[in-house]
Unconditional design. Structure first.
Length: 131
């Protein structure tokens, strides 16, 4: 994965990246859908773009109070639970589209598979049993 990290250029800084990361933390099924390096890279790319576009649309469609230094327009929009839900649906849709893409069907998953986990559990039982 180090090769992908070397070529990964963040498309955006705050707040889009943190919004996508928060939605991922809140929805564990997203990680299961994008559990390969190539899927993760595609997910981040398209989720950041689509969340940015959606935030722009929400700003256009909704009035936000004038900036007084207390919160950004993004924070003002995200106070509304329906806006957060719309963003969550969009991020989930990106993950589902990436997961369904046949180009990523043969990618290796990030982290251990069930066979490796089972071997580790057996190893740990043996070692901890001796302690």
């Amino acid at each position: 994965m180090s090769n992908l990290e070397e070529i990964w250029i963040p498309l955006v800084d705050e707040p889009i990246g943190s919004i996508v990361a928060e939605i991922q933390r809140e929805n564990a099924e997203i990680d299961a859908l994008i559990s390969t390096p190539h899927r993760l890279l595609a997910f981040r790319t398209f989720a950041y773009i689509r969340v940015g576009l959606l935030l722009g649309q929400l700003l256009f469609d909704n009035d936000v109070p004038p900036y007084d230094g207390s919160e950004t327009w993004v924070d003002a929009l995200l106070r509304e639970p329906s806006h957060h839900e719309v963003l969550t649906r969009e991020v989930r849709a990106v993950a589902e589209e990436i997961a369904a893409d046949p180009k990523y069907a043969d990618d290796e998953h990030v982290g251990p598979d069930e066979e490796i986990r089972a071997r580790f559990r057996e190893f740990a039982r043996e070692r901890l049993g001796d302690a």
